[in-house]
Design a protein around this ligand. Structure first.
Ligand code: TYD
Length: 209
């Protein structure tokens, strides 16, 4: 595959959406290569329908392994339908969350186990790896406070509604992943201003283009 696969990760409230928005603009100004911007859960029609099931706060009875399997199923469809074809064409793919989210949220925070979640995802992605993963690091409580501020005009999803202890485990999961695979990750301190965070991210991405 000749394209470039970049993923953005981080706990809830790390500010991924605003970084992605600015990154899209900057990449489009810097190169003529086609850019595919996508996200998980979701990213294709089927996977977006699975996303709705996953995030609906009404689904309080959802089993942890069901959650992990639905995420992996949506991911499979997203990879086959959208990510792989784009990378085969040589496009740049910028994806808001990918497998690392499942390892951190389901493997670590839900307590299913990192190896178990890696295994079901391997079945889904068949060896696909991001070329670069930007990890926006933020303290769990700081992230949650940001979401609560934002949620005055939108409702929180099923995972955002988890307690701070859950989000602390999410962060612990990410930090373990980075320790295990330091060359793929770049960590940016997301407690800084939006401007500063974006500038740091851009310096890293620019090098890869
Ligand atoms: P996200 O789309 O980043 O949230 P928002 O658009 O509201 O900022 O992700 C939705 C939630 O799904 C988030 O709490 C993280 C969770 N998630 C997992 O638990 N596992 C996964 O594999 C993925 C991709 C997301």
């Amino acid at each position: 595959m000749s394209g470039l696969f970049i993923t953005i990760e981080g706990p809830d409230g790390a500010g991924k959406s605003s970084v992605v928005k600015r990154l899209v603009k900057a990449i489009q100004e810097a190169t003529t290569k086609p850019l595919i911007v996508t996200r998980e859960p979701g990213g294709s029609e089927i996977a977006e329908r699975i996303r709705d099931i996953l995030l609906d706060p009404i689904h309080t009875v959802m089993d942890d392994r069901t959650e992990a399997l639905l995420l992996a199923a949506g991911r499979r469809q997203h990879v086959v339908e959208k990510i792989n074809p784009a990378l085969e064409r040589g496009d740049i793919v910028l994806c808001d969350r990918f497998v690392d989210s499942s390892i951190a949220y389901q493997g670590q925070a839900r307590g299913i186990g990192i190896e178990e979640v890696k295994a079901i995802n391997e079945f889904a992605i068949e060896g696909l790896r991001p070329d670069l993963t930007i990890y926006l690091d933020v303290d769990a409580q700081v992230g949650l406070n940001r979401i609560k501020d934002k949620s005055s005009n939108r409702t929180q999803d099923r995972l955002e509604l988890e307690e701070v202890a859950f989000h602390e485990e999410v962060r612990r999961g990410y930090l373990a992943l980075i320790k295990a695979e330091p060359s793929r990750f770049v960590t940016v301190d997301a407690s800084q201003s939006e401007e500063k965070v974006f500038n740091e991210v851009w310096e890293i991405v620019k090098e890869k283009l």
